[in-house]
Design a binder for this molecule. Structure first.
Ligand code: SF4
Length: 285
């Protein structure tokens, strides 16, 4: 008989729980509620909240809206979003994760203290990701975003460097970036780095590696846009090559289950528990 286990450590982090609880609470007050961007990188959870009334809008929609209630999700927003809301009499329900909020403040403080002529703020993260846009916005758009080691060519190693990280990046990759900058930076300038990676993701890595290694097959449930999903999926694959990314139970290829005795179901910080339970129920036979 096949066994199916759901990873206890997978599922929403407190930042996502907080955003979803805020949305559900506001929807009980009034059914007309807008969210700037998908509330979470998971289309099933977005659809569940849509049924309750939550509508997703983009930044263009926001500019054309007046006198509405708009929820800001855990990723956070740049100052320009708050300015538009004020101008358009939009009531903001701010569900920015406290960890992201702290990071925004840190970057803003550094930006105000430094001279842009001889210093640069660098953000290790995914260019265009909502959280990164919010971080870059603290620097009037001047921060340099690097996604990988080769992007370091964008930096001027004769100027001071202040390095921060998007909250969901890999700690090992961040260390590699730090080591490379230390090697290349001119000796007469400063290099300061701030490990601003959220431990809600990083602390899950040792556990998810061990979980993935003790099953024959791993079904990793996550939306394709989830940044932390990519990091955690990569760790699962390292520990167990028989790992598959799925977004819902219908994505499973029955061939994967051939000769499989134990199935592990896990996911990202944006994966709802109920969805992992649906996956497990379908294949717990
Ligand atoms: S991963 Fe961390 S920073 Fe991101 S929403 Fe969750 S708790 Fe907040």
């Amino acid at each position: 008989m096949r066994t199916v286990e759901i990873d206890e450590g997978s599922g929403f982090c407190f930042g996502v729980v907080n955003a979803i609880q805020s949305a559900e609470k506001e929807l009980t007050i009034d059914k007309e509620l807008y969210c700037l961007g998908d509330i979470v990188h998971n289309s099933q959870e977005v659809a569940r909240l849509q049924k309750k009334g939550l509508r997703t809008i983009n930044h263009e929609d926001l500019k054309n809206m007046h006198n509405k209630r708009v929820l800001l999700r855990a990723h956070g927003e740049p100052p320009s979003t708050y300015e538009i809301a004020e101008k358009n009499s939009i009531r903001i329900i701010d569900a920015t994760c406290p960890v992201v909020l702290q990071l925004q403040k840190k970057i803003l403080k550094q930006y105000k203290e430094m001279n842009p002529i001889d210093s640069q703020i660098v953000i290790f993260g995914k260019s265009g990701h909502a959280e990164v846009n919010g971080l870059v916005g603290q620097t009037d758009g001047k921060a340099i975003v690097i996604e990988k080691i080769t992007d370091l060519n964008l930096l001027d190693f004769n100027k001071n460097i202040y390095l921060f990280s998007q909250t969901t990046m890999s700690v090992d990759d961040f260390k590699e970036i730090v080591a490379e900058i230390q090697m290349r930076i001119h000796k007469n300038v400063n290099f300061r780095y701030f490990d601003t990676i959220c431990r809600q993701v990083a602390n899950r890595i040792p556990h998810i590696r061990e979980f993935a290694a003790r099953h024959d097959l791993i079904l990793f449930v996550a939306g394709k846009k989830s940044s932390n999903g990519k990091v955690l999926l990569a760790e699962c694959i390292k520990a167990n090559a028989n790992t598959h990314l799925i977004s819902n139970p219908d994505d499973i290829n029955p061939q994967w289950l051939k000769n499989v005795q134990s199935v592990g179901v896990c996911g990202a910080t944006s994966t709802p528990k109920w969805l992992m339970e649906e996956v497990a129920r379908k294949y717990d036979k």
